[in-house]
Design a protein around this ligand. Structure first.
Ligand code: SF4
Length: 332
């Protein structure tokens, strides 16, 4: 299967000057991924592991203090791969929302708090489509909102007049209006109640089904990944440490960190205390040598303290970065 989005050895670090000292936060530290057409690719991991930074870089949005240190973000367009990080400005503007859409964390941030939503939709259309198409697209937006279970009258409201769940659904409607091939969604259900969460997830799934496009979904909530993701990448300390089809990852998690993430999920009828990973994630400013998970790992081997385990395939489509695979699966 050919990839619609290919991330190759991506390194994006925050470079901070603190009291005359240069500090480098390695938020995305050598990530390589192939994301396919017509799938929901989930990215999971605790807060501060680099998920949001990875998503922003996939959108080509690298602004100081974030800097690009190496690697590529390649989108397949018309049979060729274009690097989102080295495109001329006009080309990357052209791609945004027509080919790649971004749903940021916290829907409030994309709306102008002093404008009605209709004005935000018009501004969006003015910056992305020719004048002749705008009126019909606004009418389409109204239809689109209705098909997403929202009255077209929401366009006559100010953002603060809607609930968080409604606002999030409007932000998804806005991001998908131009039928992008890839949607990058950052924690789209954070801070929503369970009912609103379900509505947003159903909406994302329905949009993906209708457009047959690709969604890259970042959330720390493994329950959401289990519900919606086709494949899953587990991120830890700026790296992907496990990747596979979601049912495979849940049925046989290979990385000790993934095992903790899955075993900490509550299960109906099981009252046992859930075990989360011991300790805290490392500071991305001072990564430990060797495997970044070794200070928290119950299975740590001597070599784990010195060598970084590469991400290698163990069974078809299932990759892990852990030396245990050699013990358990005899792979090198
Ligand atoms: Fe644990 Fe070693 Fe595997 Fe890292 S490489 S997760 S420290 S066993």
């Amino acid at each position: 299967m050919s990839a619609i989005l290919r991330v190759q050895d991506l390194q994006t670090f925050y470079v901070l000057e603190v009291l005359g000292t240069r500090k480098v936060v390695k938020a995305v530290n050598g990530v390589s991924l192939d994301i396919h057409e017509n799938e929901v690719y989930g990215i999971a991991g605790e807060s501060g592991c680099g998920k949001t930074t990875l998503l922003r870089a996939m959108f080509g949005n690298i602004e100081p203090p974030l800097r690009h240190f190496g690697g590529k973000v390649l989108y397949r367009m018309d049979g060729e791969y274009l690097d989102a990080l080295s495109l001329p400005l006009h080309k990357s503007r052209e791609m945004r929302f027509t080919y790649i859409a971004y749903v940021p964390q916290g829907s409030m941030s994309i709306f102008n708090p002093v404008s009605k939503l209709r004005a935000t939709f018009m501004d969006f259309l003015e910056s992305h489509v020719p004048g002749t198409m705008r009126k019909s697209l606004l009418a389409l937006a109204e239809k689109h909102l209705e098909s997403l279970g929202l009255s077209a009258r929401v366009l006559d409201a100010y953002p603060h007049q809607l609930s968080g769940g409604m606002r999030q659904r409007v932000s998804i409607a806005l991001a998908t209006l131009l039928r992008p091939r890839v949607i990058l969604a950052d924690e789209p259900t954070t801070a929503l109640d369970v009912v609103a969460q379900r509505a947003v997830l159903q909406l994302l799934a329905a949009v993906q089904k209708e457009l047959q496009n690709t969604i890259v979904l970042v959330t720390h909530d493994m329950g959401i990944h289990a519900t919606i993701a086709t494949r899953l990448g587990i991120m830890y300390a700026g790296k992907i440490v496990e990747e596979g089809y979601t049912p495979d990852v849940f049925a046989s998690p290979l990385h000790p960190y993934t095992q903790f993430l899955i075993h900490s999920l509550p299960r109906i009828g099981d009252k046992r205390v859930r075990e989360s990973a011991p300790g805290n994630p490392p500071s991305l400013l001072h990564l430990p040598p060797g495997c970044p998970f070794h200070p928290r790992c119950p299975y740590v081997l001597a070599r784990c303290r010195e060598e970084v385990p590469p991400l290698l395939e163990v069974t078809p489509g299932h990759r892990v970065a852990c030396f245990l695979r050699e013990v358990n699966h005899g792979t090198a």
